[in-house]
Write a protein that binds this ligand. Structure first.
Ligand code: NAG
Ligand code: NAG
Length: 427
């Protein structure tokens, strides 16, 4: 059986390739980042951005690495980072480092953090913000790196703010938790701030001073879970009832004395449309032009795809129709949209029993939404599936009734006989 042997060989080769993919031969134990610096304009050069490659090598609390430093190209910097937050991951697909300038923040909800005016000499050294994440699963983290010991290239995570997703889809009218968690070591002084930004407009949603345990500002409908915040660092924003106006960027900012880190979460608010295909019922005379209207109402966001399909009698799959048109959309007062799609067709005898579909593809419905109507052309005879079903059910009902009556008669006759027999005995 040469073909079987050939197949077996192919399967083995594929398995070997699979094993190689799961266990790469060489591993790089460092995270590749870019240090991004703003270079001020000089007389000869305009302002510019300089990018330097940085390899982040993980270390323990003493700045010692398990593996020897990776060999690096000249021009690549090596940072030795101790990460007690455990939030830095080797599988991050992007990583950017910028200089962080420790400074006091003067909002009402951050003043208590630096009220004692004690700043450590370490604040005078180089500090960095590292923003990294994984494009594939949406995890992202923003870290503040401070000095570890005396060496310039040895750093330690002082604050981490992370969230499991960078983009969130939320259903209109439903409650939502916008994820944001922090790690702050043993620092007892902190503040949490949530902002909303859409089309350049910013607004404060929540401001909480964790040191004074005081809500300094909040909009109705938004909450924090304080036990989760103080015990687990969970600063997720709980929205009672999602509105279209919540769509945009939500910014979670955590302040420690002189330091801050921020995460952005994109929120897309979705509303699932109601889809109805008109006219219902769908009746026409042979040769009559019929316009199918598909009403799609109260959906969000606006991007939507509408198709008309027809499944002819005896066919197993519907086929796509061409030439449909869309109305202009209307904007409802709750922020959702409505639209109508039209499709014309001419009724004919052979379309009797055809099923017309309006199929809507929208982000709010993973499997799509359909509405359909069966066309009945006047004057075309022959039982449809429904007619057959009705005939069958009627027959079933008649059969049941008749057999019930027959049993009744038999049992009556039987009881007569029994009575007779009893009478004979007693005589
Ligand atoms: C707050 O968070 C804790 C976990 O820390 C959880 O058990 C509790 O149910 C949460 N409360 C609310 C109101 O969600
Ligand atoms: C009822 O019983 C009688 C005799 O006992 C019989 O002659 C008659 O055929 C029976 N009728 C029916 C409907 O079974």
């Amino acid at each position: 059986m040469p073909s079987t042997i050939y197949k077996l060989g192919l399967i083995l080769a594929l398995q070997a390739a699979g094993l190689l993919a799961v266990h790469p031969i060489s591993e790089t134990p460092s995270l590749s980042c870019w240090l991004v610096e703003d270079i001020a304009a000089t007389e000869s050069k305009p302002r510019s951005v300089q990018q330097t490659r940085v390899l982040v090598q993980f270390t323990d609390a003493n700045g010692l690495t398990q593996s020897p430093p990776a060999t690096t190209d000249p021009g690549t910097l090596l940072f030795y980072v101790f990460d007690p937050s455990g939030k830095l991951s080797l599988d991050f697909t992007f990583c950017e480092i910028t200089y962080h300038l420790p400074q006091e923040a003067f909002m009402k909800w951050t003043r208590s953090l630096t009220a004692e005016g004690i700043s450590t000499p370490a604040l005078g050294k180089a500090w960095y913000t590292l923003a990294a994440g994984n494009h594939l699963d949406g995890r992202a983290v923003s870290l503040v790196l401070g000095p570890l010991g005396d060496k310039k290239d040895h750093l330690s995570v002082s604050l981490a703010v992370y969230s499991a997703s960078a983009t969130l889809h939320a259903h209109l009218g439903k409650p939502l938790s916008v994820p944001c968690t922090m790690w702050r070591g043993h620092q007892p002084r902190f503040s949490v701030e949530w902002r909303h930004r859409a089309l350049g407009d910013g607004s404060l949603l929540y401001a909480y001073d964790g040191w004074k345990d005081k809500i300094e500002d909040r909009v109705p409908n938004c909450h924090l879970n304080f036990s989760a915040l103080h015990n687990e660092g969970d600063a997720s924003l709980l929205i009672e009832n999602v509105e279209i106006s919540h769509q945009g960027t939500l910014l979670c900012t955590v302040y420690l004395p002189y330091l801050r880190a921020q995460r952005e979460i994109q929120l897309v608010v979705t509303a699932r449309p109601q889809v109805t295909l008109q006219p219902a019922p769908l009746l026409a005379r042979p040769g009559e032009e019929v316009t199918l209207a598909c009403d799609i109402s109260h959906f969000h966001p606006l991007e939507i795809l509408v198709d008309f399909l027809v499944q002819l009698p005896g066919e197993s799959h519907p086929t796509l129709l061409t030439g449909s048109t869309l109305s202009a959309h209307t904007h409802n007062h709750d922020g959702t949209y409505s639209i109508t799609a039209y499709q014309r067709m001419i009724a004919s005898d052979n379309l009797h029993g055809a099923r017309y579909f309006c199929r809507v593809s929208h982000v709010s419905a993973a499997k799509g939404i359909s509405s359909s109507q069966m066309l009945r052309v006047a004057g075309v005879s022959g039982p449809s599936l429904e007619d057959v079903m009705i005939l069958f059910l009627t027959a079933l009902f008649l059969y049941g009734t008749l057999s019930y009556l027959r049993k009744k008669v038999v049992s009556l006759n039987g009881s007569h006989e029994e009575l007779k027999a009893q009478k004979n005995k007693s005589e």
